[in-house]
Design a protein around this ligand. Sequence first.
Ligand SMILES: *Cc1c(COP(=O)(O)O)cnc(C)c1O
Length: 225
Amino acid sequence: MDRAQMQERLDRLIWRVEEARIRRSEHHIVKMVAVSKYADEAQIRMLYDLGQRAFGENKVQMLQERVDLLEDLPIEWHFIGRLQKNKINHLIRANPFMMQSLDSLELAAAMQKRLAEQDVTMECLMQINSAKEETKAGVMPEEAEEIYLMIKEKCPNIDLRGVMTIGAHVEDEAMIRKSFETTYAIFDRLKGEGAEICSMGMSHDFELAIECGSNMIRIGSLLFK
Ligand SMILES: *Cc1c(COP(=O)(O)O)cnc(C)c1O
């Protein structure tokens, strides 16, 4: 992919985001994280050069490699994948701008311990399994508020900024919408607790997510595939 093609993809995407956000509200602002798991280093540099600053990776090892390879650029790195407890120290070393996939109280407690040992903090989003899919990580919707508050109370080194979800993996648009609405309703109730970020929407469902109130989308395939 050359620069002109990348520019065209980015422009088309930004235009679609713009139209979706205005359907929600003129005042609604959406941030895009470019998920670079399908991209090579040259493509990431190209997109950075076109103005994109936030990038996401779903594997700790890949994140670390890219943090190192691209350390000359002030990229804002997001970790969006499943984190095994034995990789917590690796993630802390990679030091992402934000960890979006805090998916259980157990993981939060384990992270709290490691973060406190190293006297550092990490901005995180709590992941919600909004369609209750067995294959997906995240806290169940009915426990989400309680767990969010417990993490806030018990984990002072975790700076909780909001919630994240992956839309239902089905064809039926009504079901995908429902998973986003479920997540937004939880986010809305947590605003009083300081939640500011509702991260939902990927390449195939970001417009729907934005219409349901998402203010952070994570786009991979549409940019890089
Ligand atoms: C890969 C991935 C994305 C991006 O998915 P696309 O469909 O390629 O846009 C977003 N969020 C998470 C958690 C991912 O793993």
